[in-house]
Design a protein around this ligand. Sequence first.
Ligand SMILES: [Zn+2]
Length: 403
Amino acid sequence: MAAPDRPVRQADWRAVACDLCCANEAEILGSREVIVRGRTSDFEMRFDDVACGRCGFVQALKRPDERFLMDYYRDAHIGHRGGELHFDGASRLAAVATRVPTGGRIIEIGANDGAFCAELSKAGFDAFGFDPVEADEAADVEKGFLEAGIAAAQPKSADAVIAYYVLEHVIDAGAWLRSALALLKDGGVLILEVPNYATHPQDSLNPEHLLHFTPETLRELLEQHGLMIEAGAMSPTVAYGQAIAARLTDPALAETPRPVSDAFLAGATARLAEARTAYAAAKADRDQRQAAAENACRLAQEADPSGKASAFIWGANEYAERAAPLLAQAFSSVQVVDKSASKIGTPFPGLVAPIAHPDVAEDAKARVFLLCSPNWNTQIAEEIRASGWDALAVIDAVTGKAA
Ligand SMILES: [Zn+2]
């Protein structure tokens, strides 16, 4: 089947100074080029991953232009809209409720479909949010990510500004933080969650993230902007994350941040060494994931050397993205299925069939299943066996073994 003509979008990538210390002393850790397929276009992502030679902060040396990034998020971002909950919602709510009085105004940046804002409203808060998703996809969320959305919000009006898994995506950490803090009342609280590069570099280094924070570098950024970090560790609500809450105690710094501290710079050598080690670990992890995908596809081929069975990839995620092109070489029908309705219609490389759920597939052909959920594969395998579908093989694409 001939591939339909799809435009390849390229950004204007520009080198920037370090977000934390303003130095131009990047040490290259490695480069990654990834084509991400969106609903209508392909997006070329080119990352030069660097550690700042002066302070050790890990980041993308070059950043794409704002227009490219916003188009990317509208077209290609596989968000967590609708469907299953991917985070610990109760602890997310508790983190806000222990810091903001009932009735307080909460602004969420990166609110997806507004599900958490709705939870906050139910709990008695005055909550609303912004997200780059189209307005018709998200009833409770204002269209527009930063400029349009934030400009429309009243300055210094929020008791809390919250942003889960947003800061690692932004082009300019300082500019984003200043916009966010402009909404916060003096003494208000900022609650952030971002991937933890120190513990999960492989998750931080995905095809969407520009900034890779450790607890130390995140703290330094917030302190430069007049925030006082709240005492006591906060549990992240996603396995690979880190959560932090900080009060705006010095509003002048929120507008004009202080320079990087000498105490922070004193730790640069150790931080650089950690950055290199974590980067190597992430690469090893990527290689292992690729090997697992290749093993899973080999097992699928062994289960049906004719390639005539209907092959299903269960779960639209990065494991599916690795497995789909491999499986498409061996099977004439490959479909990705996912319980989250928002992912239906998201194209995956190598797909030759539209995305559908196997329980609506009308043909009675034998089926091969590749399961792609790191957390739920055992359960999904049981569901498939209980379903009565004619499964030639049920394979775990995360481990590369039979499920
Ligand atoms: Zn730096």
